[in-house]
Structure formats: C-alpha cells, structure tokens
Ligand binder design. Sequence first.
Ligand code: SF4
Ligand code: SF4
Length: 134
Amino acid sequence: MEGYRETDMCVRCGGKCCQLQPGHCLPSEFGSEEAVMDALNSGRYGVILLLDSDIRARVLRPHYKKRDQRVGCIFHQANGCELPWEDRPYGCRMLRPRERDGEHCKPEGISISEAARMWERSGYLPPMPYLGFE
Ligand code: SF4
Ligand code: SF4
C-alpha cells in the first residue's frame, strides 16, 4: 500500500497535521453506499463540502476532534493515530513528512479537490439535504 509511515520527525512533532485537520478518504476505501452509511452512522466519519468558484463537491473523512471549532481528527490520541496504518485515510498516508526542521510536510497523490470529485462521481454519498447541505 502506497504512502508514508510515521518518522522520528512525526514523533517529535506530535502530529501537528492530525491536530489541524483529518486527512481525506477515497471512495475506493469504502467501496459501497452501505459502507459509507455505516461509517457516517458510527459518528467517526463525516462529509465536508468544498465550496469555491471552482468546485462544489463533497468529500468523506474522519470527524473533527473538536466539532464546535472544526479542528483536529477524532482518531488522534496522545500517542498518535489510533488507526492501524493500513486503515488510515488516503490523505493521511500520502502526507510526506518533512525531513528537516523548517521544511514543510508535503501532500502527495490525489488532492482533496480531486478526491471530492471522485466522491461526487462514486454515487456512494447520501443526498445533500441528508448531510445538512443545501
Ligand atoms: S507528517 Fe508532518 S505534521 Fe504530520 S506528524 Fe509528521 S512531521 Fe508532523
Ligand atoms: S486518521 Fe490518523 S493519521 Fe489521519 S488525521 Fe486522523 S489521527 Fe491523523
């Protein structure tokens, strides 16, 4: 499975990425409308709407840890991500950790915008009003 595992840099960093926003999932990680509904009903995953002049599309990813402030990932714990690496969202696995202090960690592969377009095409998501979007 493609992606990057945690490095010593991640341990030192303490998961700043996970404290900010959850990574995005791909439709292929769920595979059916039923699996998506199960994930949403578990309360551990949610759908966000990307909305600007170029895009209006939904993407599924883990829920926020602090829902009122819309920050953090529900799976982030004091000792790191509680999910086994293989079960982590695509966007999490594809974030390449920086190698040196002062550098940026680099998202690679399918961007969140591309993932959102894939989700819209998948037919796995419930209707907009069900999700609370107009
Ligand atoms: S990927 Fe980057 S931000 Fe995330 S834990 Fe590793 S070093 Fe920190
Ligand atoms: S699923 Fe795990 S790796 Fe991804 S943002 Fe949440 S805590 Fe971090």
